[in-house]
Design a protein around this ligand. Structure first.
Ligand SMILES: [Zn+2]
Ligand SMILES: [Zn+2]
Length: 287
């Protein structure tokens, strides 16, 4: 809840006229508790997890050559009932693992200083913080994911996520509840190290979720804006990890490719990529 009751009080506190975005934030958040604002994060998960995958679901249902040629594993298909099964299982996992965590983690959020007050952060501040969060999460996720590939971790926890040899949009958070919590910890590390405004906190989790959905989409579209992000792994990169499955010793990073390059865990993928590119060249020459 904001410590000011009127727009005038807010302007005095900030020391200038409020921007349009700040006025909107004041009107939306002034009477809401910080806890309720924090809980929006869970609501956003449900909204974005339901809506963002829909274009990919439609593309798969269309079965048009225009899109199918960008399918990473062309022979892999997922029926609508399979998708609904995955979707409902993920929602159930979130209800009994993430929701309680949401309730319990609020004091930590307050303690680290995630603020809801005015002034709002600038775009520059927000984007630089989100970039730091992506880098921190990617590094932590790399090692945690790699640990989950030890025999015990894989058999007891990570096997659930690898159930899909060919991933699909709803499979991004499809995992054992313990994995959701373990890798969720990596997502909290960035804000823990560099505290931000609640809006930046929401934006970070929304972007990370969209990224995970795209990475598990099963399609590698050449027009995807993520193609312009340096060192970005993308769908084809993570798809290889799923395709190889339990014995995979490659492509552990969640977003970027630099950790796998530095620690030498991209060799299997590079080898496969060279074979694939050679085959593609040959196919194009003969057609
Ligand atoms: Zn894995
Ligand atoms: Zn995955």
């Amino acid at each position: 809840m904001l410590p000011y009751q009127t727009l005038e009080e807010a302007q005095i506190s900030v020391g200038r006229n409020l921007t349009f975005g700040e006025t909107l934030w004041f009107k939306y958040s002034a009477q809401k508790s910080d806890y309720l604002l924090y809980c929006h994060n869970t609501l956003f998960f449900f909204i974005f997890y339901t809506l963002v995958p829909l274009p990919w679901v439609m593309i798969q249902r269309l079965r048009s050559h225009k899109f199918d040629r960008f399918k990473i594993q062309p022979r892999a298909t997922h029926s609508l009932s399979e998708m609904i099964h995955c979707y409902t299982k993920v929602l159930l996992t979130f209800v009994y693992s993430v929701c309680p965590l949401q309730i319990l983690s609020y004091p930590i959020i307050k303690w680290i200083g995630i603020r809801t007050s005015l002034a709002l952060p600038s775009w520059g501040e927000m984007l630089s913080q989100v970039l730091v969060y992506f880098l921190v999460e990617d590094y932590a996720n790399y090692w945690l994911h790699r640990m989950l590939h030890c025999k015990w971790g894989y058999d007891k926890i990570h096997r659930v996520h690898h159930q899909y040899l060919a991933p699909m949009v709803f499979a991004a958070p499809y995992a054992h509840w313990a994995e959701v919590l373990i890798l969720g910890f990596a997502s909290f590390l960035g804000p823990l190290m560099v505290p931000c405004h609640m809006i930046t906190f929401w934006l970070w989790f929304i972007l990370r979720q969209i990224e995970a959905i795209e990475t598990h989409s099963g399609y590698e579209f050449p027009w995807s804006p993520s193609k312009y992000i340096p060192f970005y792994g993308g769908a084809i990169y993570h798809d290889y990890h799923h395709f190889v499955g339990e014995s995979c010793n490659s492509n552990f990073a969640s977003v970027f490719t630099y950790c796998d390059t530095i620690y030498g865990t991209n060799k299997g993928y590079q080898y496969q990529k060279r074979i694939f590119e050679k085959r593609e060249k040959g196919r194009r020459r003969s057609s």
